[in-house]
Write a new protein. Structure first.
Lengths: 374, 593
């Protein structure tokens, strides 16, 4: 076989794939519509930010001190306060979730505070919602501590107390969309690289076209490259769409370089495609392929990559498992490219690990894809 | 080679034909099941059509895939065009044309794009393309449709395009895996003619088929059954084994089913099937066919010799067909005639999907105890009509009744009275035999004592005991077919709907199946069959030919055949009748337009 023949065969396989992608609504759906939906979902609908929490504030005895404390709850950016004189007023609201907690300033508070007898507040929260319960508890503590410090400094006019000033780098507003949107780019590329790729190959087996093509002089390598190239480019196209949306629609800052972004994403597509090819070598049926791709690629990218849940707070065993999830290496780097800038030592490590994973997956896939039916 | 004088001439030509494929003791296994191919040896030559013949599961597809080098045998070897399939698959793939089942076309690509793709893959030089495309598109009559997507073509057009793609770089050997399945008989005949023309240029053709009438037309056949090679040679050599032993028994005055049941139990009868109004018999050598005729068969009974066919010989080779007694029918209660209303009525049944009319004013009725057939190619509208009569699809116009129930209003009542068996045997593959029986007894509303009785009766009649715990999907084809029938008749339905019940099954299993159906019909069960399989039509009392949504002819098989008989073809087959009637209806349409 001459070289021109080989190149022509490859070109025709790629051209065929492009026609199919353009004409098949399901691939358009996965590459164009799904990313947009995902981004809007993570950009607007899903938010991990703490917004104002609704509480009931019970002031059992109205004194200047307790009023002042109540005012500082009112002024807090974290609480949305409804006042009451009796805790029973809020019991039903708490059960029904209309308030997230009840903060009670007891009748003894003012006297204890004046006498410096370690005054205490009672916080009642719904333990079935531990996140909210923690928020209410911690922010109450913070509010009271701030108030007490201020109060003392005012009354005694001593040296100003030491205060802790927090400063968040890179994402000062702590907007979750800023790190969710870069993360969802990894999800979209997983869908294109692994799910779509395994599906289209399984479809060729189901429709009998794989068999017909295999019986021509085409080689197994050509078949493989003929699938990889179009879906590699498609993955990058979907990613580009996501980046444009992220920057221009969701106002996510982009502080790194375009080169770093493409280098990271292109490397990530190698293990993603390798996994897709491996799945389609193992199963020749679209239903099974989609199940396997969802279970082995999509869900881990979602749950075990640090995209939604912090890896550091996972049990050790699960942390070990996350080591083999390629998106775990991409997502922090992507977040860095967007929010911080080019940090090459970090990217270099991520790229090296993803290349290694890609190489392993490709070797496994190539060993299983031969020009044989069984 | 051939030893009869009539073959002298052809054998002279044959000797000059080169061996294209040599099979030596080829064995292929999948898992622990009996081998898919068991020590198959044989030769396939250039310049002729070799039929790879056998029922589903015989090993035809496996053998063709082995020839392409896409599979490797466990034992034995295949030499294709002088190359070994295991070591030299690439050389083979560069020289053959292969059309797998379902034709291997990209449905999202147009006809022209499919041709371009395969031209590139096969390395057809650019300079030769215009001429080759022109020739193939003319040859297949697809020139007008080059911009149409392959997914939007009819079965016949897909098949021709599949052939065109396989022929792009003039292969020396053309491998066709069941090219005739699901395609209308006119396209099937056209394809056959095209392939015959190719053999004149020296191309070798392998044509696999489960249809024994196709086998008859091949130059040579390899007959496979359950992975074993039964026969290799000219079809005439096989049929010659039953020369002078095949008879046609006619004049039974509409009692042909009863007569057949008796005849099959007589000594000396190897095989017997219904053929229109008559019975076809194969006798043991040296037995007088007249002795097989029961005394009460009627005064007008005539027994005449008739030319043997491939199927007669195949059954003879397999040791003869089953007896005529159906234990299923024996156990069935006789259904009395209730009034004089037909059991199934279709009046102007029409179904439109958008601007496409899937079935157009279909009208017929079936009296109690008759078999009625809807005969037509895939996509003609049989299934749509069938679904309307099951109450699964609402007709756009017209009405249908089953056992007196209007399907629009009492669909569920009507369905309770019918048993349904689908082409690919509507069983649950992952359930065991016993679980399938239990499940179907349950969905048909049998309970308690009656449920236990019916299940044990079915287990006994069809001999399921030994395999009660096997998964349905692992059963041999013949047993699957029996299990599907058992499930469909579990609730003693008055009406049976059969969707291509015996297409592709081996002739023995088919006979056994029809023995049961014939017996049930004698007890008063009414049967509606849909099929594209011409042989199944012969069992019907009356058939309606469905073509492009319309019924183009209705009558008994013999009436339809008589309609098209000419002086050149005084004894047409069902397929001849179908083709002639379709052509007549088309020219009528043209005249009207």
């Amino acid at each position: 076989m001459s070289r021109t023949d080989r190149i022509r065969r490859l070109a025709t396989l790629i051209r065929k794939e492009v026609y199919q992608i353009v004409r098949d609504p399901s691939s358009i759906l996965i590459t164009l519509v799904l990313p947009v939906v995902l981004l809007f979902l993570f950009g607007y609908a899903v938010s991990l930010d703490t917004t104002r929490t609704h509480i009931g504030l019970v002031i059992e005895d109205m004194t200047p001190v307790t009023q002042d404390l109540a005012a500082s709850f009112q002024a807090s950016a974290y609480f949305d306060v409804t006042y009451g004189r009796d805790r029973r007023q809020f019991e039903e609201d708490l059960v029904l979730g209309r308030v997230r907690g009840i903060v009670i300033i007891p009748a003894t508070f003012a006297a204890d505070f004046a006498a410096d007898r370690n005054p205490s507040l009672q916080v009642i929260v719904d333990g079935s919602e531990p996140n909210n319960a923690n928020f209410v508890q911690n922010y109450t503590q913070g509010t009271v501590a701030n108030w007490a410090a201020l109060r003392r400094s005012e009354s005694t006019a001593k040296a100003p107390p030491i205060t802790v000033e927090q400063r968040f780098w890179f994402n000062p507003e702590l907007t979750s969309r800023f790190f969710l949107v870069p993360g969802s780019i990894a999800i979209v590329m997983t869908l294109v690289g692994t799910l779509l790729t395994s599906l289209v190959i399984a479809r060729e087996w189901e429709r009998g076209t794989m068999e017909a093509v295999m019986a021509t002089p085409v080689t197994a390598t050509e078949l493989l490259i003929g699938k990889i190239v179009p879906y590699f480019l498609l993955g990058l196209a979907a990613m580009t769409l996501c980046v444009l949306l992220a920057v221009f629609v969701f106002d996510v800052p982009f502080r790194g370089s375009v080169f770093a972004l493409y280098a990271l994403c292109a490397t990530f597509l190698i293990p993603a495609l390798g996994q897709g090819l491996l799945i389609s070598a193992a199963t020749k049926n679209q239903f099974l392929a989609s199940q396997l791709a969802l279970m082995s690629a999509f869900l881990p990218a979602f749950l075990l990559s640090g995209f939604l849940f912090e890896i550091d707070s996972m049990p050790t065993a699960i942390q070990w498992i996350t080591m083999i999830v390629p998106s775990r290496y991409l997502i922090p780097s992507l977040q860095t490219v967007f929010l911080a800038g080019d940090i090459w030592p970090m990217f270099g490590q991520a790229i090296a690990v993803m290349l290694l994973m890609g190489a392993i997956l490709f070797v496994l896939a190539a060993r299983n894809i031969r020009k044989r039916i069984v | 080679m051939a030893d009869t004088p009539t073959h002298v001439e052809s054998s002279k030509v044959e000797s000059s034909r080169p061996d294209f494929i040599r099979l030596a003791e080829v064995t292929k296994r999948f898992g622990a099941t009996p081998p898919a191919l068991d020590k198959v040896s044989g030769i396939i030559r250039g310049g002729e059509i070799t039929g790879l013949v056998g029922p589903d599961g015989a090993g035809k597809t496996t053998l063709i895939r082995l020839m392409t080098g896409l599979m490797v045998p466990e034992e034995g070897s295949l030499m294709v065009l002088g190359f070994d399939t295991v070591r030299q698959a690439a050389e083979i793939q560069a020289a053959i044309g292969y059309m797998p089942q379902r034709f291997g076309l990209y449905e999202d690509l147009t006809i022209q794009e499919n041709l371009n793709l395969y031209a590139d893959l096969r390395g057809l030089p650019k300079s030769e393309r215009p001429a080759v495309f022109e020739e193939l598109l003319t040859f297949t009559d697809l020139k007008r449709f080059t911009a149409r997507l392959a997914g939007k073509l009819s079965g016949g057009m897909k098949q021709k395009l599949g052939l065109a793609c396989a022929l792009l770089k003039k292969p020396r050997l053309l491998l066709l895996d069941e090219p005739g399945v699901g395609v209308d008989p006119i396209s099937r005949r056209e394809l056959w003619k095209m392939v015959e023309d190719l053999t004149k240029e020296g191309i070798g053709v392998v044509w696999s088929t489960a249809y024994l009438d196709e086998a008859e037309a091949c130059d040579r056949v390899l007959l496979l059954n359950q992975g074993k090679l039964l026969f290799a040679g000219e079809p005439a050599d096989l049929t010659s084994r039953v020369d002078g032993r095949v008879f046609r028994l006619s004049g039974t005055e509409g009692r042909r089913r009863q007569v057949l049941a008796q005849v099959l139990n007589r000594d000396g009868v190897i095989d017997g099937v219904i053929q229109g109004d008559a019975i076809r018999l194969v006798m043991k050598a040296g037995t007088d066919a007249n002795l097989a005729v029961p005394k009460d068969a009627g005064a007008d009974v005539k027994v005449e010799p008739t030319p043997p066919r491939f199927e007669d010989a195949f059954v003879d080779m397999l040791g003869g067909g089953p007896g005529g007694r159906s234990r299923l029918a024996d156990a069935a209660r006789a259904l009395p005639q209730e009034g004089d209303r037909p059991v199934i009525e279709a009046h102007g049944l029409t179904k439109r999907f958008g601007d496409f009319t899937a079935s157009d004013k279909i009208t017929f009725d079936i009296p109690r105890g008759q078999i009625f057939g809807l005969l037509g190619p895939n996509g003609a509208g049989k299934s749509t009509t069938f679904k309307m009569l099951c109450g699964l699809l609402k007709p756009t116009e017209g009405e249908g009744r089953v056992a007196g129930f209007d399907l629009r209003r009492d669909g569920a009542e009507a369905r309770n009275r019918l048993g349904y068996m689908a082409q690919k045997f509507s069983l649950y593959g992952d359930l065991s035999v016993a679980q399938n029986l239990d499940f179907f007894a349950g969905v048909y509303g049998l309970s308690g004592q009656r449920r236990r009785e019916r299940i044990s009766l079915m287990t006994d009649i069809f001999d399921f005991k030994a395999r009660a715990d096997m998964s349905a999907k692992d059963l041999p084809l013949g047993l699957k077919q029996r299990l599907a029938l058992a499930c469909a008749v579990m609730h003693e339905p008055q009406v049976l709907f059969l969707d291509e019940p015996t297409s592709g099954v081996d002739p023995i299993t088919r006979r056994e199946f029809w023995t049961h159906i014939n017996g049930l019909v004698e007890k008063g069960v009414t049967v509606l069959v849909t099929t594209h399989f011409m042989d199944e039509a012969e069992y019907c009392d009356r058939i309606s030919l469905i073509y492009r949504g319309r019924s183009i002819a209705l009558g008994s098989p013999d009436e339809l055949k008589a309609k098209v008989a000419t002086s050149e073809n005084p004894d047409p087959t069902m397929e001849d009748a179908f083709i002639a009637l379709v052509e007549a209806s088309e020219s009528e349409e043209r005249a009207a337009a």
